[in-house]
Every structure is written in C-alpha cells, then in structure tokens.
Design a binder for this molecule. Sequence first.
Ligand code: PRP
Ligand code: MG
Length: 181
Amino acid sequence: SSHVENDLVNILFTEEQIQQRLAEMALQITEDYEGRDLLVVGVLRGAVMVMADLARSMPRHLEMDWMAVSSYGSGTKSSGVVRILKDLDTDISGRDVLIVDEIIDTGLTLSWLVNNLSSRNPASVEIATLLRKPEALSMPVEPKYVGWDIPNEFVVGYGLDYRERYRNLRDIGTLAPHVYS
Ligand code: PRP
Ligand code: MG
C-alpha cells in the first residue's frame, strides 16, 4: 500500500502516549536541572522528533546542539566502530550536557558518545532516551531518563526507521511482514 500508516501492524505507543510520557520526563528534567544551564544534544537522525517534543515540553531556557555518528563503519553494529559524521558546534567544557536519543538498542552508540563527550571536561553528561531494549544491551549505558523499556523487537516510527522510511510516523509500532518481503 502507498499509505505509510498501513504498514504498521502493532502499535506499541500512540502519539498521545508518547507526548504524555515526554511531558513527564520533561518535568523531571526541569526539576533536576533547576538553577543550572542546560545543553541538550540530539543524536541525528533518529532523535529529531524526541528532541523537538521534549525540548518544547520544558518551560525553561536551554540550548540545543546536534551530533551525527555512524556505527556502520565496518559493516555491522557489532563491529563496535563508531565515528563522528558531524560534531558539536558547542564547546561543552564546564557545561551540563543531556544527550537525547530515541532508542538504546545494543548501547554502542550512547556508551561511545558518553565516553567521547566526557573526555571534553563537561560539568556533567546524562542521557535521556524514549525507548530502551534491555535484552539487546551489550554495552554499559546508564540513562538517567527512560521513557519505556521494550522487548527486543524491531520498531519503527517517531524517528525510528526501516531503510530510512517510517521516521515520519507519529506512532511507534512494528512493521507488517509484507514490508520485509
Ligand atoms: C539508531 C538509533 C540510536 C542507535 C541505537 O541510530 O537512533 O541512535 O541506533 O542503537 P545502539 O544502541 O545499538 O547503538 P542509527 O545509528 O541507526 O542512525 P539514525 O539515528 O540516523 O537512524
Ligand atoms: Mg540514532
């Protein structure tokens, strides 16, 4: 079918549920960072939607910057190779940094990013992620803010892609089998 929504078989989280959860996370973050400057770093490209909605749910001043990393350097994620495709435009020395991503899968991306950003002498580095797959985790990552833990299933929507498609869906769900064939 040509209509993107028709390819979702099982909706895990609706737009309303996502916005509700992000609002709760934003409230907690706002409390935790009270009286401190906050730099939010989004991980391109999947985190675009979460960044936009989480940041707009925070009734405080903040700065936004972006990084793009690739973990496909040697073919597969399991190679453990991460490289920077686009670095921060901001000097984070002495800054409170909150990395925002939409999912922690193996943990490779964020464990590498936390190490990389920590070496730049920030005041703090924390992680906010909408989703986490505990069963897939193979690297040490301890996000301070987690929207939901989910089973080890392939999910798309709200920034999450399958072959670069489905990022623009408002809901998060699993794909119908016909998509893969
Ligand atoms: C996806 C996702 C996370 C990362 C999680 O990004 O957006 O950033 O993988 O997987 P991991 O925990 O196993 O590292 P991807 O590198 O596919 O690029 P994208 O954000 O452009 O989709
Ligand atoms: Mg990503």
